[in-house]
Design a protein around this ligand. Sequence first.
Ligand SMILES: [Fe+2]
Length: 494
Amino acid sequence: MSDEHEPQAAREAAGASSIGHGIEHITTEVAVSGATRQFSAPQVKRVRDLLARLYALRRTIRFYPADHPATSQAIDELLPVIAQYHSEGVDVPLTFFEDELLLGEQLLAEDSVLFDQLIRDMTAIGVGTLRFKRGLERRELERFAVILGSDPEGMEKRGGIAALMQSAGLAHIEVSTVTVLREVGSGDDARKAAKVSYTDAIDLLRELDQLVRGNESLNVPRVKASVRSLVDNVLANRYAMLELSGLKNYDEYTFFHSVNVAILSLALGSMLTKEYRFLSTLGVGALLHDIGKMTVASAVLNKPGPLTSDEWATVRQHPVLGAEHAALTPGLDKAALLVIFEHHMRLDLAGYPQQMPPRQQHLASRIVAVADAYDAMTSKRAYSSARLQSEAVEVLVSNAGTALDPVLVRLFVSLMGAYPPRSIVRLSSGETAIVVSPSPRDPIRPVIRVIADASGGMIDPVDIDLSDPEASLGREVRACLDPSGTNVDVADFL
Ligand SMILES: [Fe+2]
């Protein structure tokens, strides 16, 4: 998959795009339940000072006893900043969630980056929301400081933050966890939820395309909301999402490719860890991995013939261009930026861009590289036809250890099965079927939808789980069929 030696394969992995035009302004919106009060610009600005003092108090109380002068001074410094809000007639409601910080409903994009450690510390001890209410007294803050200084293990031993807050009797400080409503459906409900999430992500890519072309900042809350939905759906129903990840659209290649890569990356990443923060970063990086292409001329990206060396140089710029654009966007996780920058670097670092000194790709970049190669190979492009899904898996395996991380390739094969979703297959019975989803039980026996009988006559589709002996009645997959050699449009049956 080296660009220089196999330009066609490299172009597939590099992908290409066909993009719309125009500029559209997107309003920033984040939906959080609870407080509805809008804070004035000075109040929002001042919260950075408050957060810095809150962080200083937590650090101080971790090192010094509650009655130490250093602790007392840290409290003295925090109190007047809170008091100023109170004197203006407002409480101070803060939310710490995943990697975001909010004042009331307002997302604090820059502060979310600056106070990354504070967010981690607060969520680790169970503080999702923290409200300093009017009427707050110094002695309440003193008692709260002790709770704030607890380590997560110690706090759990003492009954958790809710119990500690209750026994401290703090009338003007409220703490609660953030409850996220994750709708975990099944069957048709899960499919519907998966589709809503997929469509929303495609819409997001269309919006981002306009922003990037207009050289405007990315809408980070919007990106994160979309990714949250993708993560939730992949965790709740991996197979409904994998089924959708095979959707292609020739005219909007980059948008569909980006969403597919995000789903495939999340499905693969969730086999390694269910840690939400990592998956969220991975999803953002995967969804944005090719944003640098949005400024490359589509005549170059979609050129049917070989590229000139100048055109190649332009295409190879897209990770750098994308990372530059993302770097100017406050609130984007650094690891997501790395994914954009590193996704063509290859495991053996023979790809691009070249780095001096060479540095291994981030795990998220290695995951996205596998998903990117698979989706690119199974897509029809101006310069190549789509490979069969099973062939694409074979190419991944042949690149394991050179371009791609061998452990991740192995995991990907077990995730997708030998016959990935949307493959058209001939069964041992002579029937024709479409693979709906891999079977969690057996990689060579997926769930299929039989669409034609042994004589080739179309039938009412029937779903069969080939890993279930009673349902399969001995049927096995014999071969993958090339869709161009059949008159089957997979989309009609899924
Ligand atoms: Fe790319």
